[in-house]
Write a protein that binds this ligand. Structure first.
Ligand code: PLP
Length: 406
C-alpha cells in the first residue's frame, strides 16, 4: 500500500514516440537494440520493455541474468541481450530462458559450453554475443586475445556466435580521434572473425549519442554489409527523452538534435504541510539556510532515501502551480522544505513536480495572459548535483512506485 504521496509517472506515448523518432534516424543504416538495463534507467522495466516491444523493438538490452529473467516474463518473444556478461551459476537460466549472453573470456565460454553439454543442447543452438574491447578498457576481448577466444568459441560446438559488438568511450565528443581508432579496431576484429570462418548475424556498436550524431552509421553499416550481418545501434538514455550535449575539443557545440525527444518520467509528490516563518529562522540540518525575510515554506515528503540528490540542497527547485519553488536548506533522508512565498494560493495536499512540467501563467492578466510550460528536468537535477541525467534517473529509489501513464 502506498499512501505516502510520492510516485513517478511513466508515459507510454512519450516512450513510444522517442523510440519511433530514434528508429527513423537509424533506419537507413541500422535497427535498434533498446537498452532497458538498470530497471529501464529507473523508469520501471516491467512497464517499459513490453511497450518497446509493442512499438517494434526486437532486441532489448539488460544488465544481468536476473534482469533478463524479469524481462523474459513480460516479453516472451524478444531477443534479450545480457550486456554485462554472466556469473558462474547463471548458465542454466541463460539457456532455459533463451537469454543471449555477452561474453569475451575463454573462462565464460567454457562455463557456458559445459552447461550446454550437460543439457545435451544441439550444435550451434546457444547464441552468444562477443564483445570486443576497442579502447574502452572495460569489458570485452582485447584484439591480442581474440585468436584464443575465437579458438575456444569454435571448439564449443553448442555455442553459436550470433553477434559481435563494441562500445565507444567518447561518443558525444564529435570528431574524437578515439572514436575513429575504436571503429578501425572494430573493423580489424570483424575481419579476423570472418577469417576464422565465423559468421555473426548481428553486428552492433554505439549508444544514444552515436545514433544522434549519425556520422558513424554509414561506415558501420557498410562494414556489417561486407560480412552479411545486420547492424544494430544501442540507444538507452535517448529512449527516455534525454541526450548529452555534443562537445568538440572541450567546447560545447550548439548542434541541434535531429529529433525531438520527450522526457518519459514525471516525478511527483504532494505538499505535506505549510508554515510561515519570521526573518532569522533557520531551516534544516546544520542550519545552512536562514530566512532573510518572512517566508511561506512547504514541507515535501521526499528526501535522499527516495533518490533525490543531496546536491540539490539550497540549489534545486521544484514546480508548484507552474512556478519554480527553491529548495531551502539541506535535503534530508525523507523530507525537503521549499520556498513557496511567491506562489499564490498554495494548499496542503497540492501536487508538486520534482521532475516534469506544468502549465503556468505568465503573471499577465486579461488578454495578455498566456499559458506557458515550466519544466524541471533530470538534466536540471544533474547540473545542480554535478552529475549526469543517467545517475539522477537511475537513483530514484525503489521507495518510489512507478506508475504507467498515457
Ligand atoms: C548502457 C549501454 C548503452 C546505452 O547507452 P546510452 O548512452 O544510454 O544510450 C549501449 N551499449 C552498451 C554496451 C551499454 O552498456
Amino acid at each position: 500500500m502506498h499512501t505516502r504521496p510520492i510516485w513517478a509517472e511513466i508515459s507510454r506515448s512519450r516512450l513510444v514516440a522517442n523510440y519511433r523518432a530514434l528508429q527513423s534516424v537509424a533506419a537507413p543504416h541500422a535497427g535498434l537494440l533498446a537498452v532497458v538495463k538498470a530497471d529501464a534507467y529507473g523508469h520501471g522495466v516491467t512497464l517499459c520493455a513490453p511497450w518497446l516491444v509493442e512499438a517494434g523493438a526486437e532486441w532489448l538490452g539488460v544488465t544481468s541474468v536476473e534482469e533478463g529473467l524479469l524481462v523474459r516474463k513480460h516479453c516472451p518473444q524478444a531477443h534479450i541481450l545480457v550486456l554485462c556478461g554472466f556469473w558462474p551459476g547463471d548458465e542454466d537460466a541463460l539457456i532455459e530462458h533463451a537469454l543471449t549472453p555477452t561474453l569475451w573470456t575463454e573462462r565464460s565460454i567454457h562455463l557456458l559450453a559445459r552447461a550446454a553439454e550437460r543439457k545435451k543442447m544441439p550444435a550451434q543452438s546457444v547464441p552468444v554475443h562477443l564483445e570486443i574491447d576497442t579502447g574502452m578498457t572495460r569489458q570485452g576481448a582485447a584484439l591480442e586475445d581474440l585468436p584464443s577466444v575465437l579458438a575456444s568459441l569454435r571448439a564449443a560446438k553448442a555455442l553459436r556466435l550470433d553477434g559481435v559488438f563494441t562500445h565507444f568511450a567518447s561518443p558525444e565528443i564529435l570528431n574524437s580521434p578515439q572514436n575513429d581508432a575504436q571503429q578501425a579496431r572494430f573493423a580489424q576484429a570483424l575481419q579476423r572473425i570472418d577469417a576464422d570462418g565465423l559468421r555473426p548475424a548481428w553486428i552492433h556498436a554505439g549508444n544514444s549519442s552515436t545514433l544522434l550524431a549519425q556520422d558513424r552509421l554509414p561506415a558501420l553499416a557498410a562494414t556489417a554489409k561486407t560480412y552479411g550481418a545486420k547492424l544494430l545501434v544501442r540507444p538507452g538514455l535517448a529512449l527516455y527523452g534525454y541526450a548529452l550535449p555534443f562537445v568538440q575539443q572541450d567546447e560545447s557545440l550548439e548542434r541541434p538534435l535531429s529529433v525531438t525527444l520527450q522526457p518519459v518520467l514525471s516525478w511527483k509528490t504532494r505538499i505535506a504541510a505549510l508554515r510561515t516563518v519570521e526573518p532569522g529562522t533557520a531551516v534544516g540540518y546544520g542550519a545552512t539556510f536562514v530566512a532573510q525575510h518572512t517566508m511561506r515554506l512547504a514541507l515535501l515528503p521526499v528526501g535522499y532515501a527516495d533518490g533525490l540528490n543531496r546536491g540539490l540542497s539550497s540549489r534545486g527547485s521544484v514546480l508548484v502551480r507552474g512556478q519554480r519553488a527553491s529548495i531551502v536548506g539541506r535535503v534530508s533522508m525523507d523530507l525537503i522544505v521549499v520556498d513557496v512565498s511567491a506562489v499564490a494560493e498554495v494548499s496542503v495536499g497540492e501536487e508538486v513536480m520534482l521532475i516534469g512540467e506544468q502549465a503556468g501563467a505568465t503573471g499577465a492578466v486579461g488578454a495578455d495572459a498566456k499559458q506557458t510550460i515550466t519544466r524541471v528536468t533530470a538534466e536540471d537535477h544533474a547540473q545542480w548535483a554535478g552529475t549526469i541525467p543517467y545517475e539522477i534517473l537511475c537513483a530514484i529509489s525503489v521507495r518510489v512506485p512507478r506508475v504507467g501513464a498515457a
